[in-house]
Ligand binder design. Structure first.
Ligand code: ZN
Length: 91
């Protein structure tokens, strides 16, 4: 069983470009993103997310009951889908 802990979470604006841990696309300077500092199997690491990618990961994890994923190797969801998800009730 994997040891996972969320150590810190923030929503800063990028002061330098980051690579999204989910889709591998760039988070450009000036764009707000989700920053997470986590511990995974005893290793601390920082993750940078597009908000829509963080949502996609949550959804996939719930569906599969498994929160592991391959970094930089997932599809970035459309922003339209994110807006719909935020505006509506949770299914
Ligand atoms: Zn992304």
């Amino acid at each position: 069983m994997s040891d996972f802990a969320l150590l810190n979470e923030a929503k800063p604006k990028a002061r330098k470009p980051h690579k999204c841990i989910w889709c591998g696309e760039q988070i450009p300077v000036g764009e707000q993103y989700l920053f997470q500092s986590i511990r995974w199997d005893g290793t601390a690491m920082n993750q940078h997310w597009h908000f829509e990618c963080a949502d996609a990961q949550q959804e996939e994890g719930r569906e599969r009951g498994d929160w592991e994923f391959s970094p930089y190797d997932n599809e970035r969801p459309a922003r339209a889908a994110l807006k719909r998800a935020q505006g509506g009730e949770t299914a």
